[in-house]
Design a protein around this ligand. Structure first.
Ligand SMILES: Cc1cc2nc3c(=O)[nH]c(=O)nc-3n(C[C@H](O)[C@H](O)[C@H](O)COP(=O)(O)OP(=O)(O)OC[C@H]3O[C@@H](n4cnc5c(N)ncnc54)[C@H](O)[C@@H]3O)c2cc1C
Length: 485
């Protein structure tokens, strides 16, 4: 199956008929928001027999859900080690298992029969920006043995065979992670939900809710709805229905670009065909449509037109893969992700019959699927596993000040990751030069027929290394730990 990418114009052409709610309606469940989260709740609840109405203020997949890369991994935006630190090993393992089930839910839906042209393909590679092979081994052990997740460690040579760049070092290969056409997936999900009986109304913003009674009231500009349960799946744009909830999310806009066809040379430089992500969450890319590169990189804490970032995406590609030269970016897209203060999604019941599914950050494919399934099953069959998320409360994200702080932290994170990467590459080049110098020295000694090492003219002999354990041994790798932290 070849990797595909559905452009915004293809999407528009394919999904033009929108239905707006123009009459009053009763339902078991009202879902606010037709992104990945809302549509998954709707699909699962309709499959379990509930009557479901989805109200979407713009159109299906309007924000992040329809403008994402479609990479499906286990886990959360919060790194696994941080998760363990926060809630302990056993609970972290349960949450990780749920996140894998979310990925499996996506895989089960994304078959070619139910979503024609979805382009599912296996294998995702996470690459390290710094030379930290020692940490790789413990990460592999933890994932394989403790978290039951199939992974392979790739040495630097193997990574660089697959990706012709000296920016990346080791890699962790996830053979069971996968990718789909992200835009097609969200529309496919809507089609499946409709087929299961859910009703989806677009151009229907929810302007207020009254969740006090058993039957809750939902108000839109043109009609009212009554439902026993409301699921808030509006991400950062939720607005008036729950301002306080919106304020618990830090909006982060992420942008991506797709190059013009690059021909055969792309395959020589990017031989790996699945998604690639770097360990700092800066770059995320893969080959699509045979010979185009789809690349996600810049982020901001304010809304901007994605076209503005075409140049930045092109420059980033040239920086990582200089052999590609200047590439033309023919398409750009982007959307706002909702980031929580603790880095974990918001999943659960706020009040009786009032549910929340948001805050999926940059890893929403599997986590929103997990959330949607859990909420629907809790409403309809008493599944209480969403309570595992209760340690992650709703925390105010700091309003406008929080956004500025978030941007600064983002810039700092990127700068420090770039610095660590540059230092790692510098050290690698220094090691290569050292080895070359040693080889020249040995060669010169052999040619001179001397026993003890003698430096050729102009080369100062290196001092003998200090004995093991000697105090003050100044090894060149002394900064290794500091760099990789
Ligand atoms: C460039 C980019 C690349 C990404 N790549 C990946 C990836 O490869 N893999 C991955 O796992 N994740 C990825 N993500 C993250 C992922 O897209 C998000 O986490 C996910 O889409 C969030 O889904 P959602 O349903 O919570 O929110 P949204 O997509 O924001 O959907 C919420 C919907 O609710 C509607 N809404 C809000 N308020 C109201 C209201 N009051 N009334 C009616 N409707 C309302 C909005 O119009 C919107 O359509 C990426 C994100 C971006 C931006």
């Amino acid at each position: 199956m070849s990797e595909t990418f559905t452009s915004a114009s293809q999407e528009e052409a394919g999904f033009r008929d929108r239905v707006r709610l123009s009459f009053d309606l009763d339902a078991d469940i009202c879902v606010i928001g037709a992104g990945l989260a809302g549509l998954t709740v709707a699909l699962e609840a309709a499959r379990l027999g509930a009557s479901v109405a989805v109200l979407e203020g713009r159109h299906i997949g309007w924000n992040a859900s329809g403008n994402q890369l479609g990479t499906v991994m286990p886990g959360f935006a919060l790194p696994l080690t941080d998760l363990i630190e926060r809630i302990g090993f056993e609970d972290a393992r349960e949450l990780w298992t749920l996140s894998k089930q979310g990925a499996e839910f996506v895989r089960a839906n994304a078959s070619d029969e139910s979503m024609p042209g979805i382009g599912l393909s296996d294998g995702v590679l996470e690459v390290s920006n710094v030379d930290a092979g020692d940490r790789l081994i413990s990460r592999l052990q933890m994932l394989n043995e403790d978290f039951d997740t199939e992974v392979e460690g790739w040495q630097v040579d193997r990574v660089r065979e697959a990706l012709k760049t000296d920016h990346y070092f080791h890699g962790v290969y996830y053979p069971k992670a996968f990718q789909v056409d992200g835009r097609k997936y969200v529309h496919g999900l809507a089609a499946l939900a409709r087929r299961a009986g859910a009703r989806i109304f677009e151009d229907t913003p929810v302007v207020s809710i009254d969740h006090s009674g058993i039957r809750k009231r939902i108000v839109t500009p043109s009609a009212r709805l009554r439902a026993s349960h409301i699921v808030l799946a509006g991400n950062i744009h939720l607005g008036a229905p729950s301002k306080r909830l919106s304020e618990t999310l830090l909006p982060v806009w992420r942008y991506a670009g797709v190059t013009a066809p690059l021909g055969e040379r792309l395959h020589e430089i990017v031989a790996f065909k699945g998604s690639v992500m770097d360990s700092d969450g800066v770059d995320h890319f893969r080959v699509v449509d045979g010979d185009r590169l789809m690349w996600e990189s810049p982020e901001t804490t304010w809304a901007a037109r994605p076209q503005r970032f075409a140049g930045a995406v092109g420059r980033r590609i040239r920086r990582i893969f200089p052999e590609l030269g200047n590439v033309e970016i023919t398409e750009t897209f982007g959307g706002a992700t909702g980031q929580t203060v603790h880095g974990m999604p918001q999943i659960g019941q706020l009040r009786k019959g009032l549910w929340v599914a948001s805050g999926f950050g940059r890893q929403g494919m599997n986590t929103s699927a997990m959330a949607g399934q859990m909420i629907a099953r809790s409403i309809l069959s008493g599944d209480e596993r969403w309570k595992l998320f209760s340690p992650f409360e709703l925390v105010w994200a700091g309003g406008a000040t929080g956004r500025v702080a978030g941007q600064l932290v983002g810039i700092w994170g990127r700068a420090s990751s770039a610095a660590a990467g540059a230092l790692a590459r510098y050290r690698e080049r220094a090691r290569v030069k050292d080895r070359q110098r040693e080889a020249r020295l040995a060669e010169a000694n052999r040619a001179a027929g001397t026993g003890p090492r003698r430096a050729p003219p102009g080369v100062r002999p290196r001092p003998a290394p200090p004995a093991k354990g000697a105090v003050g041994a100044a090894e060149p790798v002394v900064h290794e730990d500091r760099v990789s932290q």
